[in-house]
Design a binder for this molecule. Structure first.
Ligand code: 5CA
Length: 155
């Protein structure tokens, strides 16, 4: 838990799930991958973008390296249906979190998750922790395990 501050909803969820992941808050903000990398002092490629799309009428999550642009056609092929970016309201209803703070797991509903294989290049990556000023470090292997992600070429 971030020191001196009440735990966020995502931190409370981590605790209830028995997961000991360290959430770090950066007052300067971690809203975008670039913001997060600057605040943390890591490579932008180490930032996990948790992007929500609809494919075949269903919400899906793509965990993409901050250095990459997602290839919609690749995601569509994996998810089985035409893929389109979810709007802010769809993101909130599917994940329970607002754009800029969407975590890679712990969503409001169980969603299919796909992970960019380029994230596996790093020993540690950083993902959003429910708020636009909060992130947590995790190994790619643990990220796959906890999100149930299918690892794929997404860039
Ligand atoms: N906290 C950071 C780093 S972990 C973060 O959440 N980055 S992110 O990339 O996962 O979330 C921002 C993404 O939300 C943008 O890359 C963009 O794809 C998406 N986004 C931003 N504005 C909108 C919008 N109005 N509608 C739909 N998606 C949006």
């Amino acid at each position: 838990m971030a020191s001196g501050l009440a735990p966020s909803r995502f931190e409370a969820w981590l605790k209830s799930a028995g997961l000991e992941l360290e959430v770090r808050r950066f007052p300067e903000g971690t809203r975008t991958a670039e913001d997060a990398a600057r605040a943390i002092g890591c490579e932008v490629g180490q930032i996990v973008k948790s992007l929500v799309f609809t494919a075949g009428g269903e919400a899906v999550v793509a965990l993409v390296s901050g250095a990459n642009r997602l290839d919609l056609a690749r995601l569509a092929a994996l998810a089985g249906g035409r893929a389109a970016k979810a709007d802010a309201e769809q993101v909130r209803s599917a994940t329970g979190y607002a754009i800029g703070g969407v975590p890679p797991f712990g969503h409001a509903r169980r969603l299919p998750v796909f992970m960019d294989r380029d994230l596996e290049r790093y020993g540690v990556v950083w993902a959003a922790a429910g708020r636009p000023d909060s992130v947590f470090p995790i190994t790619p292997a643990r990220l796959v395990e906890l999100s149930g992600a299918q690892v794929a070429e997404l860039a």
